[in-house]
Structure formats: structure tokens, C-alpha cells
Design a protein around this ligand. Structure first.
Ligand code: SF4
Length: 326
């Protein structure tokens, strides 16, 4: 595809990478930045914990790393609903109206909530909630607030001009919808999940849905990283991209400017982050880490209270925590 020309169709996705190989992602970077011990437990000590014959310690860490708190869970439910609708649009299939999507999603939410209360996630079935694992006293009002938030985000999305414009597009304009994808940066696999990407005349738009209360504009690394992916996947230069963060709680859209220079800055930043991570590998080829003691714990109790690993990492914090802290 020539410069300034949007792709006509997406090439096939790349094959999966070698299991256990080093790879980079924004969430990995955030974990590394927040707490090295959490990074170690999440990316190394829990490896293989999904297997039936996994050692008990790895299994326990795997269960803990898979937990979501109630805010993340709502975000995931909203993403799943939107993904379903956009996938149908891309296939030319009739989409459900907002009322029906809300009804289905809230039913799903109730079912997943009950399964989490029962602890099904400990047998590898269903989503586990952090609040249940750590017996946080959220209360009925707290859970109802989550259902309201979920409904609000869905209604904001389905009544938005952006969704309306997507419904009026040709199905083939939709290039990618929430697919785990990757790009290569100097031999390193970098993972991305674009919530949606579509062609708009000579440009490509990449959008990310947010459901949190955070101020818009706080996802520079994630959004500008998409430019590196778009260049490799569709040969689209940064100047031909529009990067949108759509906050579904507030209905605000934030646009991230991008050009060749800022894309290069992002690439250098990611390479620096990769070098930091690799400096803690005993065997970079095998992606084998140094010992756990090289990944120290942090001394920030508020952060530890929100950490899924605190049961094994800081058992002294096992007491009840106010739900409002999480
Ligand atoms: S409990 Fe605290 S020190 Fe331990 S992994 Fe989590 S954030 Fe790090």
C-alpha cells in the first residue's frame, strides 16, 4: 500500500509466537513500572499454571493473576458487547438494538457474578472477581453501581455518533476488531489489541474504548504504539492515522496527534522498556529470569491492597479492606 493510501483489505494475521518467548506489551510495561515482584509473579512464576498438572504454587499464582476487580470486569463486559456488535457489522450481519444488548449483558453480568461467588474460577471456569477472592464488603449498592455503570457505558456507545457512523460504513471498511495482534520491533514481539480500526477514505482510524473515570489523554504510549502496528500491518504511515480514545462513561473523545517523529519516539521508548526488562533475565534466549530476590517488593501498602498477589506476597495484609479502597 502506498503512502497515504488506506488498505483495501487486511492481510492474514501472523502465526502465534513461540510459547514462553519474551514479548512486550503496554500492560507488561505498566506492571514492570509498578512493582518488580508483581512483574515476576505475573510473567514468570505463574507460567504453566493453567495446566492440569501444574505445581500448586504456579496454579495458585495463575488463579490470582486471572482475577479482575469489579471496575475491570465492567470494562471487559462492555468491550465484549461492543466487539460482538462490530464483528456483526463487519460480517454484514444485522446488529441488535441497544436495549437488547443491555439486557443480554446485564444477564451475563449476573451469571458471572454468581459463578464468581461460588468460586468456579478456582476450577478454571469463569471470571473470578478480586472482591470475592478477598471477601471485600462491597454490598448490594456497590454491585448495583457496577450494573448502572455497565448500562451507562453501553448506552453511551450505542447512541454515539461514532457508532452511528460505523453502522453506515461498508462492512469491508472495518479492518480489525479487538484481536490480539503483534508487531515486530528489532526482533521483539510487541502485543497490541485494537478495540476497532476502520478505513475512512484515505485514512485509517484506530479507536480504544475506556470505561474508567480517568482524565482523557492518559494513554499516550498505548495509542501511539498502535502507529507502529499500523505501519507493519497495513503499511499506513503515522500521518494517515487518527487515534481516538472514546471514554464511554463520559462520552468524551480524545484524539492523539501522531506523526513520524512521535512514532519514532514511541519506538525508542519501547526499546528502552524492553532493555530494562531483559536486564533481569538470566538467559535472554530462553526468557529465563534471574532469581525472585532480584525482583523486590514495593513498600506501598495502598498499591499492595489492590494487588491480586497479596495473598501470597503479603499475607500480613490478609485482613478486611474497605471496598472503597479498591
Ligand atoms: S502485594 Fe505489593 S509487593 Fe507484592 S506483588 Fe503485589 S504490589 Fe508487589
Amino acid at each position: 500500500v502506498e503512502k497515504d493510501k488506506a488498505p483495501k483489505s487486511a492481510p492474514p494475521a501472523k502465526p502465534a509466537r513461540r510459547e514462553g518467548a519474551f514479548s512486550w506489551s503496554v500492560s507488561r510495561h505498566e506492571t514492570f513500572r509498578t512493582c518488580l515482584r508483581r512483574y515476576y509473579l505475573h510473567y514468570y512464576a505463574s507460567r504453566g499454571g493453567w495446566r492440569e498438572d501444574a505445581p500448586a504454587a504456579a496454579r495458585e499464582l495463575w488463579v490470582l493473576r486471572s482475577l479482575k476487580n469489579r471496575w475491570m470486569w465492567v470494562g471487559d463486559l462492555v468491550h465484549r458487547a461492543v466487539k460482538h456488535s462490530l464483528t456483526n457489522l463487519a460480517r454484514g450481519v444485522k446488529v441488535l438494538e441497544a436495549d437488547r444488548v443491555v439486557e443480554i449483558t446485564l444477564n451475563l453480568m449476573r451469571n458471572e457474578f454468581r459463578a464468581s461467588v461460588r468460586g468456579n474460577y478456582r476450577q478454571g471456569r469463569g471470571q473470578g472477581l478480586f472482591e470475592h477472592e478477598y471477601a471485600l464488603p462491597v454490598g448490594d449498592d456497590g454491585w448495583k453501581e457496577m450494573a448502572s455503570l455497565c448500562e451507562r457505558c453501553l448506552r453511551n456507545f450505542y447512541s454515539s455518533e461514532l457508532y452511528d457512523s460505523l453502522r453506515r460504513r461498508e462492512p469491508s471498511d472495518l479492518l480489525e476488531i479487538e484481536t490480539l495482534s503483534s508487531f515486530d520491533l528489532e526482533g521483539n514481539t510487541c502485543w497490541v489489541v485494537l478495540d476497532a480500526a476502520w478505513r475512512d477514505k484515505e485514512r485509517v482510524v484506530i479507536a480504544d474504548w475506556k470505561t474508567g473515570r480517568g482524565e482523557p489523554g492518559g494513554y499516550e504510549l498505548q495509542m501511539t504504539g498502535y502507529a507502529l502496528y499500523a505501519r507493519e500491518r497495513w503499511q499506513v504511515p503515522p500521518e494517515s492515522l487518527d487515534l481516538l480514545e472514546f471514554n464511554l462513561q463520559s462520552s468524551r473523545i480524545h484524539r492523539y496527534p501522531i506523526d513520524l517523529q512521535s512514532a519514532r519516539r514511541t519506538a525508542s521508548f519501547i526499546l528502552g522498556s524492553i532493555a530494562d526488562m531483559k536486564s533481569l533475565l538470566a538467559d535472554p534466549e530462553a526468557n529465563a529470569p534471574l532469581g525472585q530476590d532480584r525482583f523486590p517488593r514495593i513498600d506501598e501498602i495502598p498499591v499492595c491492597l489492590r494487588c491480586s498477589f497479596r495473598r501470597v506476597c503479603r499475607p500480613e495484609l490478609a485482613g478486611t479492606v474497605a471496598a472503597g479502597d479498591i
